[in-house]
Design a protein around this ligand. Structure first.
Ligand SMILES: Nc1ncnc2c1ncn2[C@@H]1O[C@H](COP(=O)(O)OP(=O)(O)OP(=O)(O)O)[C@@H](O)[C@H]1O
Ligand SMILES: [Mg+2]
Length: 390
């Protein structure tokens, strides 16, 4: 059965939809205000996955419901929208904004059930039609995805900080365009950094049908309020070892067919899963601490990647914890690593606060100097995608 999200203040409607969906329905009372953005509505539902069908009660605020339906059509076309309201008045405007059906408030559970079946089938077709205009998350399937993998030779260099903020920024600009994968399988903390409790983790994703079936994949993703989809690290560090490099490779390939941006956070060093990810990566981002040991570690990593032929021209080098009084310059580091440095991130207390509160820096302190640097990187990746399309 499809999973349904209903917005209505009518208790009667709640009961009918609950019966029609065999209980697979989350009902939200809306009061006088309907959110204007799909991501906000989904966040309010408290669900970690996108609904198959959204039923909007348009009896109180038809304009607001049509506006929200239109946003679903543009941003989350893998979700079908049904309106409750006057079919005579709403049919034409609803058609224009991609609504699947308009039902009167008097509709019964049996009619609702057959509508849900029909809409679910239509949505599945739309999601699965080969080369169709849209994927479950709104990214055109034919767009060559950017797979951005953040790695560092040593722990604590800022990988999770950078990966999570890059992903949130990309998702904010185009909700539904970006997925973030926590490949730090043993001690990954993306979920903590973004203040979420995932229902499913990487372990569930690679061991189920999700590697073959985009619909199964969708149901195993976690949704952040920014519009970012997530594959979080497993809860149990021991079980995490069952995730193989081959599965990582298959997962990234699948995600790259569904999203415009796939951002990957990794464990320190070059473990086999990170190497598998690099094999599927278009944009490696190497981050290290701005000090002598950080630079030496980075040089070894850069040399290894070069030998393996995994360091392409799209690579980025980021120095973190930059301290003007540290006695080291960017040119010193460039001489050591024998390649260009692309960005330096200053030390900022706001980064730690953001991690401790589970609110990404880009949302909590958008003007922070670290956030500004991250936004420059985001602009670069957006440009790469645009160029690839032209
Ligand atoms: N520019 C910065 N200024 C201040 N604190 C920072 C900065 N970058 C990262 N931190 C802090 O340093 C710590 C390590 O950062 P982070 O978790 O992003 O690194 P990591 O490379 O993912 O670590 P690990 O290898 O353990 O996964 C965190 O407490 C984070 O808040
Ligand atoms: Mg980390």
């Amino acid at each position: 059965m499809s999973n349904v999200l209903l917005t209505s203040d009518s208790r009667d409607m709640h009961e009918k939809v609950l019966a029609a969906s065999d209980g697979a329905c989350i009902a939200l009372g809306i009061g006088s205000e309907l959110p204007t953005e799909p991501a906000e509505l989904v966040a309010r539902s408290g669900q970690q996955t996108l609904p198959d069908v959204v039923i909007l009660d348009a009896t109180v605020d038809p304009e607001g419901a049509l506006g929200l339906a239109s946003r679903f059509d543009q941003e989350l076309p893998g979700t079908g929208v049904v309106l409750i309201g006057d079919p005579h008045a709403l049919a034409i405007p609803a058609l224009r904004v991609g609504v699947r059906d308009v039902l009167p408030p008097s509709t019964d559970a049996a009619e609702l059930r057959s509508t849900l079946h029909r809409v679910h089938a239509a949505v599945q077709l739309r999601r699965m039609s080969a080369g169709a205009a849209a994927s479950p998350f709104g990214a055109p399937v034919h767009v060559p995805a950017r797979v951005i993998t953040v790695l560092s030779p040593k722990g604590g260099a800022g990988k999770t900080t950078l990966a999570s903020n890059l992903a949130v920024g990309l998702a904010q600009a185009a909700p539904g365009s970006t997925v973030l994968v926590d490949l730090d399988v043993q001690f990954g903390d993306i979920a903590t950094a973004l203040g979420i409790e995932p229902e499913f983790t990487l372990e569930d994703v690679v061991h189920g049908a999700a590697l073959r079936d985009p619909i199964a994949l969708k149901t195993h993703l976690t949704l952040h309020e920014s519009g970012l989809a997530l594959v979080c690290a497993p809860e149990n560090p021991v079980a995490a070892d069952s995730v193989t490099p081959e599965q990582v490779s298959a997962l990234l390939m699948m995600l790259a067919s569904q999203f415009r941006y796939v951002v990957v956070d990794t464990a320190a060093g070059l473990d086999p899963r990170t190497l598998a990810a690099l094999d599927r990566t278009t944009d490696p981002v190497l981050i290290t601490t701005f000090d002598v040991t950080g630079a030496r570690g980075l040089r070894k990593e850069v040399d290894t990647l070069r030998e393996l032929g995994m360091l392409n021209s799209a690579r980025h080098v980021v120095l973190n914890f930059a301290d003007p009084k540290g006695g080291l310059t960017v040119s010193d580091v460039e001489a050591t690593i024998r390649t260009r440095v692309d960005a330096t991130l200053p030390i900022s207390r706001a980064v730690t606060t953001s991690l401790n509160t589970g609110i990404p820096l880009l949302l909590q302190r958008p003007k922070d100097p670290v956030a500004k640097q991250v936004r420059q990187l985001i602009a670069h990746f957006q440009q790469q995608l645009t160029q690839a399309l032209s």
